[in-house]
Design a protein around this ligand. Structure first.
Ligand code: PLP
Ligand code: TYF
Length: 401
């Protein structure tokens, strides 16, 4: 029956990790997958998460019953507050619908599925060029079409704002625009606040629908409000929009699949209807979402003391990454590596888009056992004080040859 179906390509990033794991070279470095590592190269369980886990395990009321279809209510309310702000008028006006999801990926899927049923099918989803590897597949999987907008300028290693605005203008009115709320994956290039205002102007003028993917709130800058600025700006301007939240990076809960989909609409009546339809879609997909990660997040977000400890943990992660950017930059300057490297300092979040060509990436992998995606993206979290010299020297070598 199935002997003639084509073999599907493996996910590039997961495939890269598998190759790295098999590599026996002692100095090997993994700059592939976007997962935080401490300075010893190990996964890091946030101290606040450890603490929350203990509280949950020791609570005699903890059980393994199903959650509601739309998830844990205290988790959902806290998620909406986290991204929209505690004083958000949209929350006060009851025009926010939420649904717990299978992390950020599931929020994207449910969000696009919802739009494919209740928005329009005749407009494309506009996605940045480049974007997170999974976006195209998720959009396709619900039967929507996508079109790319200019985003990254390889000449400046920065944002191509003119190309971006032009693409928004050229797209059919009412298109869905997928935006990275902060810490753009894979480039690490974000619009400035001034540029966000221009983007919002065009999206408003064209009657486009903003779809925010927020996978790095607090992880990007160490400041939860700063990383939510763009989303809140759009809400303040009165847009109806959708937000996908992931707790993979900012809570280090990668495998627990904790996330949330939030829809901001015009009024409370619409919000109730939206939530009812999200529940219906969710029921057919997963019945109800996983409880463990959501319990941890809910406990931390709703307790002022734990919340403060979480912010400390976020700073530990984001400041270490910022420190690695500085050290890498300094070393490349010291080595007089040809080219300009300011972008390593300017880009934010988990990733840096180095500007390396695919052929140079190949040499890094094959000769130096340094693993990164073929678009030249490096996960800054894979760097540490122990391997940064080796990486800088290897990078210097491939750029010269
Ligand atoms: N969206 C973006 C832009 C991402 O970078 C990621 C991965 O980190 C995700 C969504 C979803 O990740 P997860 O499903 O682990 O929350
Ligand atoms: O871009 C990354 O490395 C992270 C992790 O299918 C990831 O976002 C990568 C691929 C994927 C899911 C998550």
């Amino acid at each position: 029956l199935f002997q003639n179906i084509p073999l599907a390509e493996p996910d590039k990033i997961f495939h890269l990790t598998a190759t790295y794991v098999q590599d026996k070279f002692p100095q090997k470095v993994n700059l592939g997958v976007g997962a935080y590592r401490d300075n010893d190269g190990n996964p890091w369980i946030l101290p606040v998460v450890r603490k929350a886990e203990q509280i949950i395990i020791n609570d005699p009321n903890t059980n393994h019953e199903y959650l509601q279809i739309t998830g844990l209510p205290t988790f959902r309310t806290a998620s909406a507050k986290l991204i929209l702000g505690v004083d958000s008028p949209a929350i006060k006006e009851n025009r926010v619908s939420t649904c717990q999801s299978i992390s950020g990926t599931g929020a994207n899927h449910l969000g696009f599925l919802f739009l494919s049923r209740f928005y329009r099918k005749d407009v494309p989803v506009l996605i940045s060029n480049p974007t997170w590897v999974n976006h195209k597949d998720i959009v396709r999987s619900v039967g929507l079409e996508f079109r790319e907008y200019a985003y990254y300028n390889p000449k400046t290693n920065g944002l191509d704002i003119d190309g971006f605005l032009e693409a928004l203008n050229d797209a059919p009115n009412g298109s869905i625009v997928l935006l990275h709320a902060c810490a753009h994956n894979p480039t690490g290039v974000d619009p400035s606040q001034e540029q966000w205002c221009k983007i919002a102007d065009v999206i408003g003028a064209k009657n486009h629908f903003p779809f925010f993917d927020c996978a790095y709130q607090g992880f990007a800058s160490g400041d939860l409000d700063k990383d939510a600025w763009a989303v809140r700006h759009f809400v303040q301007r009165g847009f109806e929009l959708l937000i996908c939240q992931s707790y993979s990076k900012n809570f280090g809960l990668y495998g627990q699949r904790a996330g949330c989909l939030t829809v901001v609409s015009k009024n409370a009546d619409a919000a109730i209807k939206i939530e009812s339809q999200l529940a219906r879609l969710q029921r057919a997909e997963i019945s109800n979402p996983p409880a463990y990660g959501a319990r941890i997040v809910s406990l931390v977000l709703n307790d002022p003391q734990l919340h403060a400890e979480w912010v400390e943990d976020l700073r530990t992660m984001s400041y270490r990454i910022i420190e690695m950017r500085k050290q890498l930059y300094d070393k490349l300057i010291e080595l007089r590596t040809p080219g300009t490297w300011n972008h390593i300092l300017e880009q934010i979040g988990m990733f840096s888009y180095t500007g390396l060509r695919t052929s140079q990436v190949k040499v890094l992998i094959q000769k130096y056992h340094i693993y990164l995606t073929d678009n030249g993206r490096i996960s800054m979290a894979g760097l540490s004080t122990k391997n940064i010299d080796y990486f800088a020297k290897s990078l210097d070598d491939v750029v010269r040859n």
